[in-house]
Write a protein that binds this ligand. Structure first.
Ligand code: UDX
Length: 431
């Protein structure tokens, strides 16, 4: 099928490359001309396993193209995806100005029936609003569909090509059929709903996963008080299939471009509609509290951090990505710099992005051992595999003081104790 995608951010790019891989003819459009130029020269602007290969391959066979304008691709487009950003405003509400601009552009250029699919996470009710906006600029026939994405950074290509489910909110049987055709080669349950339910499924899914994380973090808090070990507790809980073992890792809580934004947006949206979403409010509070707990542990280990050297392992909000949006690392480093600590950091992928947002005297190191050399404490923020496999004896020799503050519970408490570390982790017995 002939597909047009507006927005070459994370979602648009993965969607475009994967649909081209599934033999659709895909044109991607973005207002950022420089980005388009880079994409056309084969450069992949995000760190996402498998994506550069898909881009290169489908560009070469001309199933995928990038452009700064909707024309000429919109002339033949059967499906137009809107995959632009919906950043959060100050009050948590989603900012829809990019999506509205995309609709205006579509309306001004469209001259035939097409299905307009929203992929961006938008408040429930946006699809209906989209119809009204488009009608202002285009009087012909069209359909609106809500098709939320459930891509995880680091495995987005796999998530797209082998999804758990595809959710499609459609406003007519005709648009439903077109979407069925688009996804006919995808072997997974397809959930057809009305527009509002599809929009809600996305928020509800992310809010539920965030709740699971904050729940286990609350359990971790209690574990620290009563001498239980949250990793053992999570394992014991997770074997119950009704609970499941995923998203039960206690630690620094969730970051990234989705969970923090979507939990706030859902809370705000519920409030505006007269519903006080009490659980979600607590989920957000707990998530913020986890970062404060880590800072408290750093100070417990080294005392006043002023003029102390603190090593930070990990800047990305999770492993296998260079994304630092809402990463605990940023907040923790800013706090420590404010307290005049000396900071050394290492992250295998996210150092360049961090340099752009962090001010102050920070030593960016090539490897985790270099970070550890002559520091008063190493603080683990991101659970990169590389950190899990560290040579602990070597690490101990490099540190000025044997303090490891582990925000992701990547080591065994007993082993760390035996090796002589002062090891503070989350929700485990020695805290
Ligand atoms: C998430 C959703 O999983 C995805 O379906 C959605 O479309 C976009 O948002 P992503 O932001 O890539 O994906 O991250 P994810 O892997 O879900 O992790 C989110 C955060 O939760 C990370 O900061 C991670 O470290 C944290 N997390 C995850 C925990 O603290 N504990 C866990 O058990 C799991």
């Amino acid at each position: 099928m002939k597909i047009l995608i507006i927005g070459t951010g994370y979602v648009g790019l993965v969607t475009g490359a994967c649909l081209a891989e599934k033999n659709h003819q895909v044109a991607c459009v973005d207002i950022d001309e420089k980005k388009i130029e880079k994409l056309n020269s084969g450069f992949c602007p995000i760190h996402e396993p498998g994506l550069p290969e898909l881009l290169g391959k489908n560009l070469a066979v001309k199933k995928l193209s990038f452009s700064g304008t909707l024309q000429p691709a919109i002339k033949e487009a059967e499906i137009i995806f809107i995959a632009v950003g919906t950043p959060a405003k100050e009050n948590g509400e989603a900012d829809l100005s990019y999506a509205e601009k995309a609709l205006e552009d579509i309306g001004r250029n469209l001259d035939h029936y097409a299905v307009i699919v929203n992929k961006s996470t938008v408040p429930v009710g946006t699809a209906k609003k989209a119809r009204k906006i488009l009608k202002r600029y285009y009087q012909g026939e069209f359909s609106i569909v809500s098709n939320p994405e459930f891509l995880r950074q680091g495995s987005a290509v796999k998530n797209f090509l082998m999804p758990d489910r595809i959710v499609i909110g459609a406003d007519s049987s005709h648009s439903k059929k077109i979407m069925e055709k688009l996804y006919q080669d995808f072997d997974c349950p397809k959930v057809f709903t009305n527009l509002e339910s599809a929009e809600m499924i996305k928020y509800a899914s992310n809010a539920f996963l965030a709740t699971k994380i904050s729940f286990i973090n609350e359990i971790a808090g209690v574990c620290e008080k009563v001498g239980a070990d949250v990793k053992e507790v999570a394992r014991g809980m997770g074997l119950d299939p009704r609970i499941g073992n995923k998203f039960l890792e206690a630690g620094l809580g969730y970051g990234g471009s989705c969970f923090p934004k979507d939990t706030r947006a859902l809370y705000q949206m519920a409030g505006v509609n007269g519903y006080d979403f009490r659980i979600l409010k607590a989920v957000i509070e707990v998530n913020n509290y986890q970062r404060k707990c880590l800072i408290e542990k750093i100070e417990r280990a080294v005392g006043d951090v002023k003029d102390k050297t603190i090593g930070i392992w990990g800047l990305a909000f999770k492993p296998d990505t260079d994304d630092i949006r809402e990463s605990a690392a940023i907040e923790v480093i800013q706090y420590l710099i404010g307290k005049r600590a000396n900071i050394k950091v290492h992250d295998p992928a996210a150092m360049e992005r961090a340099k752009a947002v962090l001010d102050g005297d920070i030593a960016y190191c090539d490897d985790p051992y270099e970070v550890a050399r002559d520091t008063h404490a190493v603080v683990i923020i991101t659970d990169w595999q590389h950190f899990k496999e560290i040579d602990k004896e070597r690490l101990k020799k490099l540190l000025l003081e044997p303090n490891i503050i582990d925000g992701r519970n990547i080591y065994e408490v007993e082993e760390m104790k035996r090796l002589g570390f002062n090891y503070l982790s989350v929700g485990r017995s020695n805290n």
